[in-house]
Design a protein around this ligand. Sequence first.
Ligand code: PLP
Length: 350
Amino acid sequence: MKWEENVRKVVPYVPGEQPNRPGMIKLNTNECPYPPAPGVKKVLKEFDYEKLRLYPDTQSTALVEALAEYYGVKKEQVFAGVGSDDVLAMAFLTFFNSEKPILFPDITYSFYDVWAELFKIPYKVLPLNEDFHIVPDDYKVENGGVIFPSPNAPTGVLESMETIEEIIKANQDVVVIVDEAYIDFGGQSALPLLEKYENLLVVQTFSKSRAMAGSRIGFAIGNEKLISYLNDAKFSFNSYTMDSLTIQIGAAAVKDGAYFKETTDKVIRTREWTKKELKNLGFSFQDSQSNFIFAEHKEKSAEDIFNYLKTKDIFVRYFKKPRIDNYLRISIGTDKEMETLIKELSEYLK
Ligand SMILES: *Cc1c(COP(=O)(O)O)cnc(C)c1O
C-alpha cells in the first residue's frame, strides 16, 4: 500500500517472557526475588484514591527530592522517568543528534540499537574483548555519543572506574551515558565522576535492586544543564508520565536505605553461592557483579539446557545471537529457588 511508504518501520525490542504460573521459578528478567521496602506497602494502603482525580506532579518532586538526598546531589541534577527504558529513550532523543555514529558494545542491552533505529541515529557497535570487557581505545574515535552499561547486560561484567573515566575523558565533546541498572549488586557507581565531567549521565532503575519492576521507575543523575535539556525534551513529549501513586511509593522505597542494603546483600550472597555450584557442575562465566550469571557449559548446549529447564518450569534467558548463543543468563532468585535450579541442572548433566 502506498501509505506504508511513509510509515516509521522498526523491529521492536523483545522483552523476556513473563509467564506466571503458581510454583514456577522465574529467573529470566533479573527481577528481585524479594518484595519492595515495607514503606511502599504502607503508602499503598493509605493512599487516598480520590487523589487520582488530579493530574500528577509533573516534576515528580517527592521522588526527585528523595533521590537527590540519597545520592547527595542537587534536585536539579535528577531526572525521573517511567522505568530507565523511558529515561534512556529520552536521553537518546535529547543527546544523540549528531550525524556521527553513537558507540556501544556489540554484546549489550538490546534496546540500544532499537532506539537508534527508532530515532534514526547512526550507530557503530564495538566488539568486547574475549573476556567480555570493553576495549577503551576503541572509543577514541569521532562519534556522536557513547552509551554502555556497567555492569553490562547480559554478561554481568563490571568495568573498572579507570576504564569508565578513560572513555569519558576521551569523549568530552559528546554525552557519555553509563547505564547502571545493576550497580547496586557490588559495583562502584560512576556518580563521583560527575564532579569532573559535565558530559556524563548516569542512569539507574528501581526494577532490579529496588524490587519494583512493576512500578516502572528509572532515573538519571547528571550535570544540571544536562538534566534541564532532558526535562525540555520530556515536556515536549508527555509531561505527565509518572502517576501520583508511583511518585509516592518510589520516594518511600528510596528512604529505606537499611532494607535496600539488606535485600541487595542477600542477592549478592546467593549469587556467590550459585557461582560455586555452577562451577562444580562444569559451567564457566566471567565474574558477575550483577544479579544474574551469564554462563556456558563445557559439554551441553545452552539451548538444550534452556529447553530442559523449561520442562521443569524454570525460566532462564537464552539469546540466539552471535558470540553468546551458547550462554544462559540466569537471574539470582531466593536461596530455595537457586537450590532447585542447581538440583535440576545436576540431574540433567549427570
Ligand atoms: C533492565 C535494564 C534496563 C531497563 O530497566 P527498566 O527500568 O525496567 O526500564 C535498562 N538497562 C539495562 C542494562 C537493563 O538490564
